[in-house]
Write a protein that binds this ligand. Sequence first.
Ligand code: GLU
Length: 472
Amino acid sequence: MIKREVRLRFAPSPTGYLHVGGLRTALFNYLFAKQNNGKIILRIEDTDQKRLVKDSIDKIIASLKWIGIDFDEGPHTKNQNKGPYAQSERLDLYRENVVSLIEKGYAYTCLYPDERILQISQDESLKKSAAEYDKKFKDNRPEDSISNMKKKNSVVRLAMPANENILVKDLIRGNLKFDSSLLDDPIIIKSDGYPTYHFANVVDDHHMKISHVIRGEEWLPSLPKHIHLYKCFNWEIPEFAHLPLLLNHDRTKLSKRQGDVAVEDYIKKGYFRESLVNFIALLGWHESNNREFYTMNDLIDAFSLKRVQSSGAIFDIKKLNWINQHYLRQKSSNEIIQLSKNHIPSDWSVNEKMVDLIKDKTQTIEELKEDLKIFFRTPENLKKKLEQNFPSSTISNIQASMIKNLEKYSHIDKEIFNQIMKKVAEESDCKGKSLWQPVRLMLTGQARGPELLGFMQAIGIQECINRLKDVK
Ligand code: GLU
């Protein structure tokens, strides 16, 4: 047998944004393609015209590009060999293929009387009995079905075999068996003339020469219909792998209500691309040694469908934060400043010293922003806080002495700092905690925080003086 060229596809529907589950599907397809010297194709499944959301294709492409997933073919690539890559531009192909299916007796057209359409639109439960009702068109002659396609309110259904076990091997789940008698005849062409997901998906996978279909578990119930379609056409069946569901902590299906599900939300929050890739790759896949950190190239080497689990994978934001911290610690403070530019107020001039002081305890750019506040916000209501803990004479003595001594210098280093603190101790007659605590509070507004000398160097001597003068 001739070995097929390895060709994979990611086939999102443009109904909004790239979901984290979609990103995992895209990533696993990409990894599999890369490690097998194959190609990856982006196909836009936009046949459900009612659910289309403007700009979502651009958003999805932008998120994937940001992550580092490049496509060999797609609506945005130079290579348009097997295009067009949006299903709404392939309607002629579906029509041609559906006609050939009807001619062979594998599909039939049903006519919807207007009153039934109305009934179904008002009562979902009628859908099932509608499929039963439509079977009366099953025995129509193919030429009648074909001419009926032109009529208003007509749909085309695929005739499923009556009593057959549909067998298929899934690369993650092993051998699967579906009982065809439990399946309705699915609609493959809708009354608006557009194909349904089942039909367009199979026709395109065939014409785009897709060798492996890697997609979410939610598509598993569609698999027997797809396999049956391949058999009707006598087309080579690709290999299938259905990835485990993504779950919330309480093992319910991952939902917006329990956290962000759009990739762009994580990008906006400043997560690093390497953290997201690393985290997403571990949603349902791991090596036997339970390794935790991977670059994209590591993943291309190490990933294997054999080690993808079939049970649901918990989406644990704490783990993402922990992975993000790992990558944050590897970056220089300057790099962190560059990467956080779009996430912090533009009037904060963050310097490396500030980042040096806080980065070890920080997991995310959002936390970094929170921790940077002490360098840019003049502490408020300090007087009250100070007076709760120290006599007001102590406070004013320390304040005056600090200002006086700091004003003698234009910069501050360890030696100068020690000299100043010694002087202030003498002049205010305070030492230990009763000296350091008020000084720290006056400068940072907090009882705890980064090391004091470093903090003073980070904001500069003039700002220290301003803050001390400003204690209110
Ligand atoms: N358009 C489907 C989706 O949005 C594609 C499913 C498949 O990969 O077959 O997930």
